[in-house]
Ligand binder design. Structure first.
Ligand code: BDP
Length: 567
């Protein structure tokens, strides 16, 4: 009705392609939100269970309207306190509010909870007292919330405790929890986002190395949740090599809806094209056509469980997501969970019509703006397969020069490897050979520097500065070209938005306008800082046809953001 379609012969049959359609909130119990750019957490733990904020109901309705059917309330960097009796009473109230809307509750389980809140000496999954503790905990939870979904676990990753602390495997840890929730039909979602400080192997390879040997060793109520790419929600990543490599295990997709690496709270970036790019990538695990979407929907390997998770971008901002266009990403994520075959274009159109206006001229122009926004962001942040060159800690803005962090793989220099010869991470057989983790067809597409799709060029290759790219430009010139194209396109977005003023209410128009002004400044900052820094290696000029940076590299290096949000 909101899109003004004819409903006189309404006859729609639609069923979801995936069973679990979850949001993952990275919300802390003190209401800060890790990587949140939309205010504080919606969950007012202090006033729960007595006070039910009306927004809990609106949240559930909004999710139900796009088919989301589960929510993980708490951060993957988990706090065991949520599993204590007083907090479980609060969780129960939220579960009661969400139930009528078909939304199940999940919690993150801190692996060391038996020690921290249970008074045990160990959290070893093979220890009987630990197993009993989790069984009792599950019983307590299910007595309050009979339809509790289960646990999401980040273990042995970025300092989180886990089974490897006791020389056990991820499967040992997951299975112990799975046994605790199995009597109630609960599930365990175990994250594959792992990399170890002491491991000298390319971070790209570590999750695969850890998890592939465990294929077939998980209980049937365990799912392994895999980020879309092997590094970390970058603006563009090739699909994660685990997709297709664990046929005996149901793999769940993890996308990031919150824009940690895609412009945070200030950028208009429509993420559906990024999600689609991954879902439509062909793993070739069962021959041509074995797309990532088919791996996760379970059909290829006959899995009973399947699903997607999206790291939420929702907070207590008046409009839920902060940037007025950020809500499009929540919407698109939900729509793709329901039906990943929908086009980004169609979803953008639905969202624009129900959010702003049904005027066809508006819809056409605003849709173009959305549709090119992700590619524009890639251009001015991470063109040609560059990745992980953002600021330390808060991840806000560029900092490709950072080289002194204690863990090698936390440093941007680890990822771009710029030197006087060239730039990029050699992940071919002469380098880290991360490419060996892919099936032969994608491997072949990517291992040859002359045939690779250049959107992944520097992801897989260390390329000389004077290498001739497909455009005929040298690599250095192509890098400049893309960085400048990105900023020019943001300028174009500003102009387009100004033109759309006639169709949009003044308040939201002004909000987006101000944010686009910030986005433009940020794009110029990314471009100038990165080019000035990479120029110290290439020793080549930024072509004279471009407006030259008006600030120095030292200036960009000196910028500090001690209170940037989400950190
Ligand atoms: C990284 C985030 C960090 C998360 C981590 C994760 O910077 O805040 O805890 O991912 O997914 O991208 O566990």
């Amino acid at each position: 009705m909101q899109t003004e379609q004819n409903i006189s012969n309404l006859n729609i049959v639609s069923s979801p392609k995936l069973k679990l359609r979850l949001l993952n909130h990275w919300d802390n119990l003190n209401r800060t939100v890790e990587r949140g750019y939309a205010g504080f957490s919606l969950w007012d733990w202090h006033k729960l269970p007595g006070y039910i904020d009306k927004r809990y109901i609106d949240y559930a309705r909004a999710n139900a309207s796009i088919g989301i059917n589960g929510t993980v309330l708490t951060n993957v960097n988990a706090n065991a306190t949520v599993l204590t009796a007083p907090y479980l009473l609060k969780v129960k109230v939220l579960a009661d509010v969400f139930r009528p809307y078909g939304i199940k509750i999940f919690l993150t389980a801190r692996f060391s909870a038996p020690i921290e809140i249970g008074g045990l000496k160990t959290a070893d999954p093979k220890d009987e007292t630990v197993q009993i503790w989790w069984k009792e905990k599950a019983k307590e939870i299910y007595s309050l919330i009979p339809d509790f979904g289960g646990f999401l676990v980040k273990a042995n990753s970025e300092g989180q405790p886990g089974p490897q602390d006791y020389k056990r495997t991820h499967a040992d840890g997951a299975n112990m929890l799975a046994d605790a929730v199995a009597p109630y039909k609960g599930i365990v979602i175990w994250r594959a986002f792992v990399y170890a400080a002491e491991n000298p192997v390319d971070r790209h390879k570590q999750a695969y190395d850890d998890f592939v040997p465990l294929d077939g060793k998980f209980r049937n109520n365990v799912m392994v949740q895999v980020k879309n790419g092997a590094i970390d929600f970058m603006p563009r990543e090739p699909f994660h090599p685990l997709f297709g490599a664990m046929p005996k295990t149901p793999l769940m997709m993890e996308f990031q809806v919150t824009q940690e690496y895609t412009g945070q709270g200030t950028s208009l970036v429509y993420l559906a094209p990024m999600y689609k790019e991954v879902l439509e990538s062909d793993t070739y695990c069962n021959g041509k056509g074995s797309t990532v979407a088919k791996v996760i929907d379970g059909k290829l390997d006959n899995h009973a469980l399947n699903g997607m998770a999206g790291v939420s971008n929702i907070g207590n901002d008046v409009n839920w997501c902060g940037h007025p266009f950020a809500q499009a990403n929540w919407y698109a994520y939900g729509r793709l969970c329901w039906d990943y075959s929908l086009s980004s274009d169609a979803i953008a159109e639905e969202w624009l019509r129900i959010t702003f206006s049904n005027n066809n001229g508006f819809v056409r122009t605003a849709k173009n703006l959305m549709m090119q926004s992700r590619e524009t962001m890639v251009d001015y942040m991470n063109p040609l397969g560059l990745h992980h060159i953002m600021g330390t800690g808060h991840h806000y803005g560029p900092a490709p020069w950072v080289s002194e962090l204690s863990r090698p793989e936390w440093n941007p220099v680890y990822y771009h490897k710029a030197d006087s010869a060239g730039i990029g991470f050699n992940r071919t057989a002469t380098g880290s050979n991360a490419l060996s983790q892919y099936f032969p067809e994608p491997r072949k597409q990517w291992e040859d520097v002359t045939t690779i799709n250049e959107k992944y060029l520097l992801w897989f290759h260390h390329v000389p500065w004077n290498h001739i790219t497909k455009s005929g430009r040298t690599l250095w010139d192509e890098l400049c070209y893309r960085y400048y194209r990105g900023t020019e396109n943001v300028e174009q977005m500003q102009k387009t938005w100004n033109y759309l003023k006639q169709f949009v209410d003044a308040e939201r128009h002004h909000q987006v306008k101000q944010l686009l002004d910030i986005q433009y400044d940020e794009a110029v900052w990314w471009r100038n800082a990165c080019l000035l820094y990479f120029q110290t290696f290439s020793k080549k000029p930024i072509p004279a046809t471009y407006k030259q940076p008006d600030k120095t590299l030292d200036y960009y290096k000196s910028l500090k953001f001690p209170f940037a949000p989400g950190n």
